[in-house]
Structures are given as structure tokens and as C-alpha cells.
Design a binder for this molecule. Structure first.
Ligand code: MF3
Ligand code: CO
Length: 247
């Protein structure tokens, strides 16, 4: 069942969403060569708990950290470690917070120092995919319209759209109905309604869409070793333009 959030619930999601967006702005300034991914995670953890909230990823299905920190060919779910960020790396940071019982979920890919033009273009196009997609996130449209717009924009640049991992409904729980794929056919799928809250999260590979998993069961990499980028926000569907809750 897809839940329509009440105005009072939407207000709580705005608060959780704002904090989630603030975490990403806070951490962006700390991303530089010489910082370890474990330090990034620790700073995020401290920020969330010091704002009277909980990191929703910590212990989720056994996940061992408060953020996912995914470097270069890591698509998502990179586990923070002693890896030292290097000039030229790209790093995707995905965070979730629970505040007053309601969830926010968002991700960005950041440059570490100076990066190649190709890496910057991948980051830019992945962000554009999100904004192309959410043009269709409005009452009366179908999810396939949103999914298709993301896929078309990515593929028009020759990039691969990850299939196995997708966006999701969100509310009291991090993962709710409906599934929100980043690929699909126009005019198909769930009919969107005002009051739905969903996390839209294109995961885009510079090469093919294929992925592989590390033995840790979490770290997800491009199968061909190409770079990958991620851009996610929690949004509210309305009659008209969606409200982005995690900017
Ligand atoms: N942000 C991810 C998602 O949108 C969840 C991360 S998985 C976790 O589904 F285990 F790290 F929580
Ligand atoms: Co998500």
C-alpha cells in the first residue's frame, strides 16, 4: 500500500528532510585529499546525533556505519574505511536520518580536489537525470514517465543506468512502496498522487549498467571498473511541481 501523508506528517518529513540536506552541505566542505572515508562517516554521525536525530543506515540489515561513502567505481553502499581520499577521486555520500519518527534520505557525488572533465560530466549528468525525472513527479503522472526520463537522459550521454538498485517510497520507514526505478516505459506503472513521498535516486555508470558486489556483501562496484555517480533527494508529490525535502 502506498501511503498518502497528512499535512502534519509532511511537516515532520520537512524537518527530517532539511536535516538530511544539511548533513550533505556540512560534509561537502570536509571532503578533501587526505581525509579518510571513516573520518567522513564519523563527522556525519556526530552531526546527526548532535541534532537530536538518528542515522537510519546504522545497523540497517547489519550495515555497519551511519553513511555510505562510495569512491570512484563504487556505485553505492561503500563501507567507510581507512581509505584516504586522493586528489581526482569522486566520492558519493548517501545519508539517511530519522527525526521524530520520520525519515529523510539523500545522496550527492562530490569531487575530491581537481577532477577530470569526464568525471565532472558524469556528476553533472547524474544530477540532471534527477531533475529530468522529477518533472514527471506530479499528481496524475505515472512512475514510468519519471523512470523513462531519467533513463533517456543518462543514455543520451552514453552512460549506463544501474538496474538492480532503485529509488523507493519513504516515510516512517526508509523503504516503502512504491519502487522507483531509474529506467522504464512512459505511461506505465504506479499512478502518482499528491501526498506520496518518494526517494528518487539515479545511480549512473560512465560505462555499462552492470555491477558486481565485493565479498563484504555491501560494496557495489561497476562491473567494468568505470566511474559511477549518485544523486538522491526525498520529494513530496503534489498537484504541480514536487517539493524537494532534502535540498
Ligand atoms: N540510501 C540507501 C537507499 O536509498 C540505503 C542505504 S542502505 C544502508 O536505499 F544499509 F546503508 F542503509
Ligand atoms: Co534511498
Amino acid at each position: 500500500m502506498i501511503t498518502v501523508k497528512k499535512p502534519s506528517e509532511i511537516n515532520k518529513m520537512r524537518v527530517a528532510g532539511k536535516l538530511t540536506g544539511d548533513v550533505l552541505k556540512f560534509i561537502e566542505e570536509k571532503i578533501k585529499p587526505g581525509v579518510t572515508t571513516a573520518q567522513v562517516n564519523a563527522a556525519i554521525h556526530e552531526y546527526i546525533v548532535s541534532h537530536d536525530a538518528k542515522p537510519s543506515f546504522l545497523h540497517y540489515r547489519g550495515y555497519p556505519a551511519s553513511a555510505c561513502v562510495s569512491v570512484n567505481d563504487v556505485v553505492v553502499h561503500g563501507i567507510p574505511s581507512g581509505y584516504v581520499l586522493q586528489e581526482g577521486d569522486i566520492v558519493s555520500i548517501d545519508v539517511g536520518v530519522v527525526k521524530d519518527g520520520w525519515q529523510g534520505d539523500a545522496a550527492r557525488t562530490f569531487a575530491v580536489g581537481k577532477i577530470s572533465d569526464g568525471a565532472q560530466k558524469l556528476i553533472d549528468v547524474t544530477r540532471e537525470c534527477f531533475f529530468e525525472g522529477i518533472k514527471h513527479a506530479r499528481d496524475g503522472k505515472r512512475l514510468g514517465d519519471l523512470s523513462n526520463a531519467i533513463q533517456r537522459h543518462a543514455e543520451s550521454h552514453g552512460y549506463g543506468v544501474v538496474r538492480e538498485m532503485i529509488g523507493h517510497g519513504i516515510g516512517r520507514n526508509m523503504h516503502e512502496e512504491p519502487n522507483v526505478p531509474n529506467f522504464g516505459k512512459e505511461g506505465t506503472g504506479v499512478l502518482l498522487k499528491s501526498g506520496y513521498t518518494i526517494a528518487v535516486e539515479p545511480m549512473i555508470n560512465a560505462g555499462t549498467f552492470k555491477i558486481k558486489f565485493d565479498p563484504d556483501g555491501w560494496t557495489t562496484r561497476t562491473a567494468d571498473g568505470s566511474l559511477s555517480a549518485h544523486y538522491e533527494n526525498t520529494i513530496l508529490v503534489r498537484d504541480g511541481e514536487p517539493e524537494i525535502l532534502t535540498l
